[in-house]
Design a binder for this molecule. Structure first.
Ligand SMILES: Nc1ncnc2c1ncn2[C@@H]1O[C@H](COP(=O)(O)OP(=O)(O)OP(=O)(O)O)[C@@H](O)[C@H]1O
Ligand SMILES: [Mg+2]
Length: 228
């Protein structure tokens, strides 16, 4: 199905000794909290590290509040880190935990807008859009305003927008929390296809049942990452 999603496939060329597509080491991050008088700092990440290689599906797990979304946002570059290093080779896409959507726009209008922002040719955007709508099974909602959509359909659109530009590296923060079973299975098919095409995917997950689907799992605990 998704040859538009997999277009411009970059097959791994370097074998196992090729460097990571995404590498982070020694990442630290504290948030400042409270008002002027009761200012304090919350240390969320102390020494977090992660590597994503071509063709890998990696799970990021940890308790609520352990810093998974914080690390994701640092990896994507939307949040500044206090310390540590980041390297990236290839384009990156991100599906935030909370969908960032425009209530008055339809899914089709979102794809149009994001296609423009990604600088995609119209025909490429349309092909990617139609395959995403079909694969995630929300074609019938393409012309409804987001404010009318169910939580699950919003989650599909949120994921679809991250897929639209077919990024080399995909970071997904609990992407399937609102999915029904069929969509959940299709999500994993889609992820497996990306892996085969040499893409890398990092997924925040809470479900122990998903463990077998990952090549590796990274645990986040007390601000540090531990291989699991
Ligand atoms: N902008 C912010 N300002 C202050 N504190 C924040 C901010 N964002 C997150 N935090 C705090 O940082 C900690 C880590 O939050 P984060 O959202 O990264 O956790 P998480 O592992 O993604 O949790 P969950 O499983 O619930 O999604 C939490 O204690 C949270 O309250
Ligand atoms: Mg989170």
């Amino acid at each position: 199905m998704t040859d538009a999603l997999l277009r411009e496939t970059k097959v791994p060329t370097g074998g196992s000794d090729a460097g990571p597509m995404l590498g982070a080491a020694g990442i630290s991050k504290s948030y400042r909290r409270g008002g002027l008088l009761r200012r304090r700092s919350l240390r969320v990440l102390v020494d977090a590290a992660i590597e994503l290689h071509q063709g890998e599906i990696v799970g990021l797990v940890g308790e609520n509040g352990s810093g998974k979304s914080t690390l994701m946002r640092i990896l994507i570059g939307s949040l500044d880190r206090d310390g540590g290093t980041l390297t990236r080779h290839g384009s990156i896409g991100y599906c935030p935990q909370e969908p960032v959507l425009y209530e008055r726009l339809t899914p089709d209008e979102h794809f149009e807008l994001f296609g423009y922002a990604y600088n995609l040719e119209q025909a490429v955007m349309e092909r990617g859009r139609d395959e995403i709508l079909e694969t995630l099974d929300f074609t019938s909602h393409r012309d409804a305003r987001v404010e009318e959509l169910s939580g699950g359909t919003r989650a599909k659109l949120n994921l679809g927008l991250a897929l639209l530009a077919d990024p080399d590296i995909l970071l997904l923060d609990e992407p399937y929390a609102g999915f029904d079973w069929d969509t959940y299975l299709r999500f994993w098919e889609l992820t497996a296809e990306r892996k085969q095409a040499g893409r890398a995917v990092l997924i925040v997950s809470h479900f122990a049942a998903d463990e077998d689907r990952f090549d590796r799992i990274v645990h986040l605990k007390d601000g540090r990452t531990v291989a699991g």
